[in-house]
Design a protein around this ligand. Structure first.
Ligand SMILES: [Zn+2]
Length: 420
């Protein structure tokens, strides 16, 4: 272990030695002091000795081997050996902030992972465990995740993630911000495989999800944002990733929300929000669950997104409108039913219309509604009738019932359905 109590204060061997000019000399001095009983274990008060061999890293050890926390500490040190220096810096800052909250919140319990679970001798320890009586959160900071090629790392993180879940903890991973890769112009987040695994769903993600579902778009979300996708999303589940950046005395968080798309290399997702900085105290606010967001900014961003999505959805139908090839279109429009048009008539008129054609074109039928049935003739800038959206929705519903079958879906120009 690297930690000890020295002269009534916390002492960390590695950070102490890193500030020394002559490490060798200082080690000799500390060794002597240790032999005289100057260093004790912060967990069990046992006397510590200093081991300063060439092979293993310099460390303290107990004279009697019965300290569970120091054993857990060893396991934890091994597990975090790969992390960069900023790992322990960020961990301590987060720990201090949470400890401050603990003082004013009786329901909050904050502890280092290996201290909290030492008795249970866990296989892996998160950096910090937060228990707020409703849930137990396992917080882990990841630095240097670049090793996507290193399938070893991905496997390790996956295992730890599953392990914490199996212990009924909610794992929360903070990834060093240098790993963040977003291109909002293309609406894409590029991810490491490890990042995809540790993305979680928090309360704000659920809020985003329901806002998207309430949009009732005529076109697909990926299409209207011109997002280059492999396949259309089967679900609209929103996930989030949390990035940390440390300055000398403080750290800030950013959140990235997305809908998963490509689940094999190269890993990509549809970006929902503009990443924004969240102050530490706001991000780590742990009243019910850890907040990890700024609710005011989230609300604003969602509003902007919803507005843009609706505009794009409307515009999407009219972009690049071109005349269709005439081969598959019905040649003659059936005659008007002579009724006064109302919105709910679309379905009724459509079933009459279908009796006389083999292929229904959404575009042609819209024109038929306006020209022959008295539907409103409002047009988009490019000349398409605005009723086209409602026509598509109706056709969609009929397809689900099985009365018609989609033969060609060309989002920009038209949709053609065959009457079954
Ligand atoms: Zn001890």
């Amino acid at each position: 272990m690297l930690e000890a109590i020295y002269e009534g204060r916390n002492f960390n061997l590695s950070s102490h030695l890193s500030s020394q000019e002559s490490v060798k000399q200082e080690v000799q001095r500390l060794k002597k002091a240790a032999e005289k009983g100057a260093f004790t274990c912060p967990y069990c008060d046992g006397v510590l000795r200093l081991k300063a061999g060439e092979v293993k890293e310099k460390h303290f050890f107990h004279l009697n081997n019965s300290c569970v926390i120091s054993e857990a500490s060893e396991v934890y040190q091994q597990q975090t050996k790969r992390e960069t220096k900023s790992h322990s810096v960020m961990k301590e800052i987060i720990y201090d902030e949470l400890k401050t909250q603990e003082k004013i919140n009786d329901n909050l319990h904050v502890e280092y992972g290996y201290v909290d679970k030492a008795e249970e001798k866990w296989k892996y320890y998160p950096d910090i465990i937060v228990n707020n009586k409703k849930a137990e959160l396992a917080i882990t900071i990841l630095t240097d995740v670049t090793a996507n090629k290193d399938s070893n790392l991905v496997r390790k993180i996956k295992k730890r993630n599953e392990y914490f879940k199996s212990k009924n903890l909610k794992p929360i991973w903070f990834v060093e911000e240098t790993e963040q890769s977003i291109d909002l112009a293309h609406r894409v987040v590029h991810l490491w495989e490890a990042e995809l695994d540790i993305a979680i769903r928090m309360e704000e993600d659920i809020e985003w999800e329901s806002a998207i579902k309430q949009l009732e778009l005529n076109n697909n979300l990926f299409d209207i944002f011109d997002y280059h996708h492999q396949s259309l999303p089967t679900t609209l589940d929103v996930f989030s990733l949390y990035y940390v950046k440390s300055t000398e005395t403080n750290i800030t968080f950013t959140v990235q929300r997305f809908i998963k798309d490509q689940l094999s290399h190269p890993y990509r997702a549809f970006a929902l929000n503009h990443p924004y900085e969240i102050k530490m105290a706001t991000a780590l606010w742990t009243e019910d669950s850890m907040q990890l967001s700024d609710p005011i900014v989230e609300e604003q961003q969602r509003e902007v997104f919803v507005k843009e999505a609706l505009e794009r959805d409307e515009q999407y139908m009219v972009n690049d409108e071109e005349e269709l090839t005439t081969s598959s279109q019905p040649e003659n429009n059936p005659q008007t039913t002579g009724k006064v048009y109302e919105d709910h008539d679309i379905e009724e008129i459509l079933s009459e219309y279908m009796k006389e054609v083999e292929v229904v074109s959404a575009d042609k039928f819209s024109k038929f509604l306006v020209e022959e049935c008295g539907a409103p003739s409002h047009k988009f800038a490019t000349g398409r009738y605005q009723i086209y959206g409602k026509v598509c929705t109706t056709l969609n519903a009929m397809e689900k019932e099985g009365t018609i079958k989609l033969v060609r879906k060309d989002f920009v120009n038209d949709r053609l359905y065959k009457v079954v």
